[in-house]
Design a protein around this ligand. Structure first.
Ligand SMILES: C[S@@+](CC[C@H](N)C(=O)[O-])C[C@H]1O[C@@H](n2cnc3c(N)ncnc32)[C@H](O)[C@@H]1O
Length: 361
């Protein structure tokens, strides 16, 4: 039975992934400073538990002896990604938001009971950072074997792009089934590993539409709710006419969607796809062939309305990200907060496959 610590636990993406990986283990503690995310975690994952798992503490405020006292053999974590993004100005380890992660890395050599297994998730870009160099130097010092990956849910047949960096580490003498020091675009020993070449072509945008249909990706319709309150998720006319051209629009029959981020529903561009319920009309034609500006004609509005565009519901986003049917939100969490915490989370299915590989001895 594994003993697990979850760092930067958010709404529990790692916890769900571990459950899905079919390994048995106990989550001893989950650390996060975000009150909303913690309330969602507790609502779902502490229901039947007698003691609480979630600790509303900043990771770097707790002493090494405290972490040692858990005697955990697995650490799962998705540290803040802002230090490694363009928006965060690529400041890496000098960004204050990297501090807690550096604290954890440093701790590895000072612990009496360091973990045997580690899984880290971050954005693409992390691999080029100084934090990554600090991390791998420390892993080598502490006698860990490690492997790095770029994986997107498309690889698992899920119609969603969310390319992320992952690092798996095992304390020697444990080692990986497949030895390769390159960053891998597939998960070894997984039933999905055959798709790696196609995925690389898709990531390079080589004729991706025909490839997507060839590699057996599930349609978006598999993830949609039946009885959606259309009004609640509809897009205001003003937004439609002003920003419609910027939307990434997908249909129920589509086999792709773009990454849902924490700004979904609030910002328009590159925050997640919009759903077009009408399967036949061509949205590109409507947005590009009609003059769309402030003095828009009624005719154009009517054409746009015929597309039946709406936001994905938070439940649909959760399903695309791999959260199980019984995952839900406490009533008091607003719609904006729901999209926000989901956007911060991870692809549960991808992480489940990685955990399976990590724990394969
Ligand atoms: C990328 S999100 C991780 C999301 C999580 N894996 C999930 O499934 O929802 C990063 C999380 O780290 C938390 N966080 C950032 N700095 C922290 C710190 N110093 N101590 C504890 N939590 C922190 C944020 O509140 C945020 O929820």
């Amino acid at each position: 039975m594994h003993r697990i610590l979850e760092f930067y636990s958010g709404i529990g993406g790692m916890h769900y992934a571990f459950q899905l990986s079919n390994n048995s283990g106990e989550f001893l503690a989950a650390f996060d400073v975000n009150t909303t995310a913690n309330s969602v975690y507790k609502h779902n994952l502490e229901k039947e538990k007698k003691k609480s798992i979630v600790q509303q503490r900043s990771i770097e405020s707790l002493p090494i002896s405290y972490y040692d006292s858990f005697n955990a053999n697995i650490w799962l974590m998705s540290p803040p990604c802002q230090p490694y993004t363009r928006m965060g100005l690529h400041q890496g380890s000098s960004d204050p938001r990297a501090k807690s992660f550096l604290y954890l890395i440093d701790m590895l050599s000072k612990m009496s009971f360091p973990p045997t297994y580690i899984l880290i998730e971050n954005v693409k870009g992390f691999e080029e950072s100084d934090t990554r160099n600090t991390l791998v130097t420390q892993l080598k010092n502490c006698n860990y074997n490690f492997q790095e990956f770029f994986i997107t849910p498309l690889q698992l047949g899920i119609p969603n792009s969310r390319l992320r960096y992952y690092l798996l580490a095992k304390k020697q003498p444990f080692d990986f089934k497949v030895s390769d020091s390159k960053i891998l675009y597939y998960i070894p020993c997984s039933r999905y590993s055959q798709r790696s070449n196609d995925i690389i072509k898709i990531l390079n945008n080589e004729d991706s539409d025909s490839l997507l249909s060839k590699i057996n990706i599930r349609p978006i319709s598999d993830f949609l709710q039946d009885d959606v309150d259309y009004e609640k998720y509809s897009i205001p006319n003003k937004t439609l006419t002003k920003y419609g051209k910027l939307f990434d629009i997908v249909k129920p029959s589509s086999r792709r969607s773009c990454c849902f981020t924490k700004g979904y529903h609030h910002y328009v561009e590159a925050t997640g796809s919009i759903l077009q319920l009408d399967e036949f009309l061509d949205s590109d034609q409507i947005f590009n062939n009609n003059q769309i500006n402030s003095s828009i004609s009624e005719n154009t509005i009517n054409l746009i309305l015929r597309l039946k565009l709406r936001y994905f519901t938070e439940r649909e986003v959760a399903s695309i990200m791999g959260f199980p049917k019984d995952f839900s939100f406490p009533e008091e969490v607003t719609l904006k907060q729901r999209y926000r915490v989901l956007g911060n989370s991870l692809s549960v299915r991808v992480v489940a496959e990685l955990i399976k590989y990590l724990l394969l001895d």
